[in-house]
Design a protein around this ligand. Structure first.
Ligand SMILES: [Zn+2]
Length: 354
């Protein structure tokens, strides 16, 4: 199907016994896998963590065609031993299209029993309630879980940013029943017969998870944005949680996993992770420096200056015209000006107070 890509690679099947297993690896600490509500009994703990090397897995990239724009937001469908796993739902407004694409791959939507979201920004998990209504279990960081169950605060804060554009951008977000939410920290667990490592990776959002399937890493927003056919890496730094230092630490952590490929929600496959991480580190530092150097501007003037600078930076990589507009849809630069501006305001006020 259009935009679907197919890969096979080695990922070891998880051990037979447990449905969901908490990693015993000290390296990863242990928030573990915590079923929300009273379904804990449905999960048994194993004595050893499943490994992540071994069976063939197929990964399909599903273009949500968000607002009619190609390559702005992706979901990924992984064919695992015991059925399909969806990574990222996109916003509620793309649900119908996404279901069509799942069907085109030969699956009924109610066969998607497992949906992993990297964080709870609406372009990543806004459709979770619809998948839950189809019977899916939704996997999310513990900080994000309560906001999927009761999205009212999330929607109220998004409404303050997007005003009357909420419906147009995101559609109608539905809550997820608590018993269908499983909260993951840094852990390795078995999902649909596959050993999957959830990796806490803050910086873009404090509750961000990346997911490692074998040597393939699904990065949400922590690996930035890079659209197909382009080399430019843009930084998604919306308010309120951009944090340069923790983001750089997250990149070190992700790189230490030595993935062979990255899958970016904005957008698609990156096959030279080291080069990509190096570029993103430089971009993060440059974006932060630019905002610091322009910290005396009003918020409005900073947004304008940042947008102009970002456009020039993209132009240095040959990203112009329509291609730049696609970047702006996937990751509006004015949002990063706000988010990085907020980061510096907090940092400077706390250092002057101390
Ligand atoms: Zn995000």
């Amino acid at each position: 199907m259009e935009q679907a890509e197919f890969y096979e690679h080695d990922v070891t099947p998880a051990p037979n016994a447990p449905n969901l297993v908490q990693s015993s690896s000290a390296m990863w600490g242990c928030l573990g896998c915590l079923p929300h509500g009273d379904v804990r009994a449905a999960f048994r703990r194993g004595t050893s963590p499943p490994t992540t090397k071994g069976v063939l897995v197929k990964v399909h990239i599903l273009d949500q065609e968000f607002l009619g724009i190609p390559h702005a937001i992706a979901s990924f469908l992984v064919e695992a031993r015991d059925g399909p796993i969806l990574i990222e739902t996109g916003p509620a407004g793309v649900q119908e299209r996404l279901e069509q694409k799942v069907r085109a791959l030969g699956f009924e939507p109610n066969e998607v029993k497992h949906v992993l979201v990297t964080h709870i920004h609406l372009d990543h998990s806004g459709g979770a309630g619809y998948w839950a209504a189809r019977g899916s279990t939704i996997y999310v960081h513990p900080v994000g879980g309560p906001h999927l169950i009761d999205p009212s605060k999330l929607l109220a804060s998004a409404s303050r940013i997007y005003l009357d554009q909420m419906d147009y951008l995101w559609g109608t977000t539905l809550p997820v029943p608590a018993e269908q939410v499983v909260e993951l920290g840094d852990t390795t667990c078995e999902i649909a017969g596959l050993a999957i490592r959830a990796v806490q990776s803050p910086g873009h959002a404090s509750h961000h998870l990346a997911y490692l399937f074998g040597d393939r890493l699904f990065t949400g927003d922590v690996a930035g944005c890079r659209l197909p056919g382009c080399e430019y890496v843009s930084v998604p730094g919306p308010p309120p949680e951009f944090q340069l230092e923790t983001w750089l630490e997250s990149l070190d952590k992700l790189e230490s996993l030595t993935p062979s490929k990255l899958y970016l929600t904005h957008f698609g496959e990156v096959d030279r992770p080291q080069e990509h991480f190096a570029r993103l580190r430089r971009r993060l530092q440059d974006c932060s420096d630019f905002v610091y150097q322009n910290r005396h501007l009003s918020p409005q003037a900073l947004m304008g200056a940042y947008q102009e600078w970002d456009r020039r930076e993209a132009g240095r990589w040959g990203v112009e015209g329509e291609a730049y507009l696609a970047y702006e849809k996937a990751n509006p630069s004015y949002m990063s000006a706000q988010g990085i501006g907020r980061y510096w305001a907090k940092k400077l006020s706390s250092s002057s107070a101390s």
